[in-house]
Design a protein. Sequence first.
Length: 758
Amino acid sequence: MDTETKPRDFIRQKVAEDLATGRYSRVVTRFPPEPNGYLHIGHAKSIVLNFGIAAEFGGECHLRFDDTNPETEDIRYVESIQEDVRWLGVDWGRHLYFASDYFEQMYRFAEYLIGEGKAYVDSSSEEEIREARGTITEPGRPTKYRDRSIEENLDMFRRMRDGEFPNGAHVLRAKIDLASPNMLMRDPILYRIRHAAHYRTGLDWCIYPLYDYAHPIEDALECVSHSLCTLEFENNREFYDWLVATLPVECKPQQTEFARLALDYTVMSKRKLLQLVNGGYVSGWDDPRMPTIAGMRRRGVTPESLRMFAEMVGVSKANSRVDISKLEFAIREDLNQRVPRVLCVVKPLKVVITNYPETQTEEFDAPLYPHDVPLEGSRKLPFSRELYIDYDDFMEDPPKGYHRLAPDREVRLRYAYFIRCEEVVKAVNGDIVELRCTYDPNTRGGNTPDGRTVKGTIHWVSAPHAVKCEVRLYDRLFRVPDPDQGDDFKAFVNPESLIVAENAYVEPSIANDPPGSRYQFERIGYFISDAVDSKPGALVYNRTVTLRDSWAKQEGKPSEGRPVRAPATAPAAKAGKQAEKPGEKRAAQPPKLNDREIIARDPEMLRLYEDAVAAHTKASETEVARFIVNDLPRELQDRTVAELPFGGDALARLVELIETAVITGPAGREVLAIMAREGGDPGAIVEARGLRAISDASALVPVIESILEENPGKVADYRGGRTGLMGFFVGQVMARTAGRANPEIVKNELNRRLGGTP
């Protein structure tokens, strides 16, 4: 790939070519949701794409509701969708449309098709129509109504409109080609009878057009130039083109397909999301664990981070799953630049500083933005004899490498003093209920006049001044990357996706902030005060995303600030309400299987794993096991492991390519998909497909410089203090290199050119 001339993506290249050749003089796109549910993050990608392309090429994007099904659509969905689109920061201006606005024109076009002998009323049953369509290997056959006269078809169709017939009695079908290899072209249904009230047109209609018929007509009537759809509509394009070419419409739009967003650890199907809501696995469509825009907004995700994520993911022609860590990176990258830091203790453990005066209180001036963020401000932190620290920041018998508080050990209290643990107070049952410590008054603000150092810094709040609150610790909704592996996707729901700490304490500086305020709780994560439940005197905070915790990774412990998990019961939303307090006995947990234990349950999978491990490559056994458990099932489909056209040796070489950074993780999944279809050596596939990761800075410099030249305004904003734009620049490079660029190298090179520190 020539990184200097490679277009940003194939859709933008197509749009640019259409303008250059004069096929279209103006770019018009559209975002066409059906108002039968809430928008999710996949829709956010489509919104960013459609509105973004229109803006980039000086065109317009329409917001259009494809409301052709009266039985599932509702005005409340229309309102929620408009709210979500506005929240994402785009404006449709005067271009708000509804399919129902065109019902009369669609009906006239249907009569036109009948008059041209290209549509007919079929009175066959659904089963008869389905059987007559044939199979992939056998052509369809005409039903006995296909040769009705034009006059009879017009009469029947008009009587259908007038309400003479019950539901299902007749349908209107296009007359195209019953022998077409594309089964969608075998006389598709255009209209069906539905005696149901429409939320906009009431009882004016009892026949309703199908989406495949309505959609291209809407595009043509609105003079859409580029109708961007996801890949599941690829087979529909032939009918789309047939209809646009057949009907007497002036504008001739074209349909282009791109890969839909499939995000790890979640599902996108409205049907499945509805099952989660109705089954009580979540509290509603706006539950912060849901991938809906409403849920993500309530969780504290910003529109800027979703737009950054969409840019990072880019546009592709091939379906693939996106690592959720990309989304989490975009969220952190945005919030890190904008939210103030405060202190919160989720699992409070009382600390009494025995040599601090009982009646004394002092204040520390703590910065709201303590790092390299070009924002100013501070708040007052009260300090007293009695404090709360987090239960996870103390260990009575710590292992080597533990740097927090322990008996006869000293730590730094963030912004305050050094303290040393002198005594551990326990309840009758042995639970730790209090620590008695001493402080060094010469270490105020972290100063150490005698030169001594401590390795640990922990957060705290003053017990008399702290404000009690509820902290909701949200995690991934599913416990496997791809929960869409079987019929019962709910079996993969993470029973620990919500843990509620009802007795947390936050510093008093934010006690009166309005709902929707965002913070970084230092050493814990990013949080937002819940827009629904939080109120003065009853504060509630939702965790948006965690901070990285290298200690938790190394030792396999819970993340900092996370309470011990509640008993794993379903539904998850209900299980999450009981957080374990310090000193409580742990409830019995269901056994958790690691990757190797899961593999051991399947003899064929175990054989593949053992063959891969025996290959003696540089691939770690842990990563081989993870790859088999998380990525292989996607490619098996209806096959067994023994039917795969590759063995353990090839799998080990593939994992080695990923671990040695020869290719990225997404490229590895692409190679696996090819191996599952065709076999072959993974290294040869990488070279043949040009999937090798770009880790040579000199190869990335032209791409980076080109992007900086194309975005002078954003460069100026970054240098003026909007350092959150770094994620935008990284995302642009990743998109232009099809995700092959090494992001760390990209960031280093961007820092050099933007005046930051590499």
